[in-house]
Design a protein around this ligand. Sequence first.
Ligand code: SF4
Length: 344
Amino acid sequence: MSPVNANVTALPLPPAADWQAQARAARISTAALLAELGLEPTDFAAGVIDDPDFPISAPPHYRSLIRRGDPADPLLLQVLALGQEALPQPGRLTDPLEEVDYRAAPGVLRKYRSRALLIASGACAIHCRYCFRRHTDYGAAMLTRSGEAEALALIAGDAAIEEVILSGGDPLSLSDARLAGLVAAIAAIPHVTTLRLHSRTLMAIPDRVTPALVQLLSNTRLNVVLVTHSNHEREISADVAAALGQLRAAGVTLLNQSVLLRHVNDAATTIAAHCRRLFAAGVLPYYLHLTDPVEGTAHFDVDEARARTIEAELRGLLPGYLVPRIVREVPGEAAKTPLWALPI
Ligand code: SF4
């Protein structure tokens, strides 16, 4: 491995552009990303790859937060396609949560009785190498305009559904106009009280918080919860914090979920710093997920024994309200399974 460049400098951001232009600028080849960061393929033990099925996607803002010359940078490791992804990984799955079994209507997953999840988009601003949906066939799974009436009818026909979750992909990859239409249609269903969006886009394109987005989330009768997906303190840049502040001022409840990732955030001090940074930005830590057995992602796994140690240390470092719940999603279970309830 070549020595890490001690003179770390931030990459210059391109001129201010609209968020959709930034999303289009996210696609970058492995070679171009390494060149941008002053790195070589030989800096990585198992090399790097180009995966046409799940190419690198990292918007300019996110890339500007990566330390130049540092092959171990925790932000880089979340977006760079390492050679480990292509190594044989026995026992790993393409649909580890068996989501195909929970499709209740076009674009609708029904895992839990009081909630319905819409796969609102198959697109993401950022391609997270650990993603549990990286092998999802969004052509079959995603909510389409033609399937929308059936999806909404399913929700309208079941009074047990109190909360609709917009997921993906990333729902904030949709245009404001498309989102506004969906939110209005959901708000027209009387028994739905809460709209939840899960998004990682804000960590990569804080400009996604447009005035139109703020307006549509603040004007709906629904309680709005935005669960940001962030894994490291350095993802909460000043621009990201400002964007989150706009949402908070608009009355949106902000929570964060992370994934416990080897070499990214698998230390209690790292997670504690992240939680403090989230709280300073008005976001409460919510879940810290153990990885799912996804094909191509084994190098991110943190075993449960290590997770238990981290959890104990976190309790000593943070007030209880800032300690995220470490959980595993087990297919068929009625809720996420907390780490303490998993068999040792
Ligand atoms: S933003 Fe979410 S759905 Fe998209 S690649 Fe990352 S983890 Fe997967």
